[in-house]
Design a protein around this ligand. Structure first.
Ligand SMILES: Nc1ncnc2c1ncn2[C@@H]1O[C@H](COP(=O)(O)OP(=O)(O)O)[C@@H](O)[C@H]1O
Ligand SMILES: [Mg+2]
Length: 295
């Protein structure tokens, strides 16, 4: 897939999109684009009163079947972007956009009610699990709600989902409470729960930040595998450029609520166009190179 590299001038792409259609001949026909968002603004009530704009004219496209990373310093609006898409912003938030296309369909006005075919994986699985409810009950509830099946079938689907995320002893895990699982197992269980919603688009907010390095690599490899097995489209937030290099096809770089650069990971890392992207790359512990740990 090609993404315009805006040539020598280092000019900011006006359309901060991944896989923009207008200038690309091969890529991103409408059918290739799962989600296209144009002009998304989000305002929150500030902690000291008043309104704070946390997303400012954010536009991007997510091509079908790709893994797109979102990077940027803490507070740049990454989490709010995912939450705006899912319709789970903090109370008092306002959300506006010029246009949203889903599968080429204009859902600009329906977006608030008609949810994306998306599910979200959070940084800390404990925020998604009720500590008093067993993993099995969490998973079967999602299966019943999203796949409209009865209890018995929902249990079978829940078990299947745990197998899909490579949990070796699904029956044992179904009967466990969230806190009884290791961090890695809990994150797998949360991914299983997300899968039970049958999403086309999987949103993941720093899904491995709370885990140690070995487990982190396993979870990332799992996400990549699931993406391929299920033709998922994945939007993954991370502050770790090595994660982007390892698992993402494309990247959006955010700063102060705006997308300042976007494109193929290889291109962006090799020839960053925006000063802020260069800063991020320079600040990374080891210069991330694409390709390593990709499997
Ligand atoms: N509940 C909230 N109320 C008000 N402001 C918030 C709230 N949550 C986050 N913010 C502010 O919104 C901005 C974006 O936050 P966030 O999307 O969480 O950043 P990131 O995920 O990139 O670290 C930050 O300036 C943050 O302080
Ligand atoms: Mg965040």
């Amino acid at each position: 897939m090609t993404v315009p590299t805006s040539a020598a001038g280092g000019q900011r792409e006006a359309w901060g999109g991944v896989g923009p259609a207008a200038t690309s001949s091969t890529a991103s026909t409408a059918a290739d684009v799962l989600l296209s968002v144009e002009g998304l603004d989000v305002e929150l009530s500030g902690r000291t009163g008043g309104r704070v704009r946390v997303l400012d004219d954010v536009s991007f496209r997510v091509p079908r079947g790709r893994v797109v990373g979102i990077v940027g310093e803490s507070g740049s609006g990454k989490t709010m972007l995912l939450r705006a898409l899912m319709g789970i912003l903090p109370e008092g938030a306002t959300r506006e956009w010029r246009q949203v296309l889903l599968d080429g369909r204009d859902v600009t006005t329906a977006m608030s009610r008609e949810r994306l075919p998306a599910a979200m994986v959070f940084q800390d699985p404990m925020t998604s699990f009720n500590p008093l409810v067993r993993i099995g009950a969490h998973l079967t509830e999602v299966a019943q709600r999203f796949q409209r099946v009865g209890r018995r079938q929902a249990t079978a689907l829940a078990r299947e989902a745990l197998v899909a995320v490579r949990i070796p002893d699904p029956d044992r895990v179904l009967s466990r409470y969230p806190h009884e699982l290791s961090g890695g197992m809990r994150q797998r269980a949360m991914i299983a729960m997300a899968l039970l919603a049958r999403p086309e688009l999987l949103l993941a907010d720093e899904p491995t930040t709370a885990l140690d390095a070995t487990i982190q690599a396993q979870i990332l490899a799992l996400l990549r595998t699931l993406q391929a097995e299920r033709s998922l489209t994945v939007l993954i937030v991370t502050h770790d450029l090595a994660v982007v290099a390892a698992v993402c096809d494309e990247v959006l770089v955010m700063k102060d609520g705006r997308i300042v650069e976007s494109g193929e990971v290889d291109r962006v890392f090799r020839e960053p166009q925006h000063a802020y992207t260069r800063e991020l790359l320079d600040a990374a512990p080891a210069a991330p190179s694409t390709g390593e740990e990709k499997s």
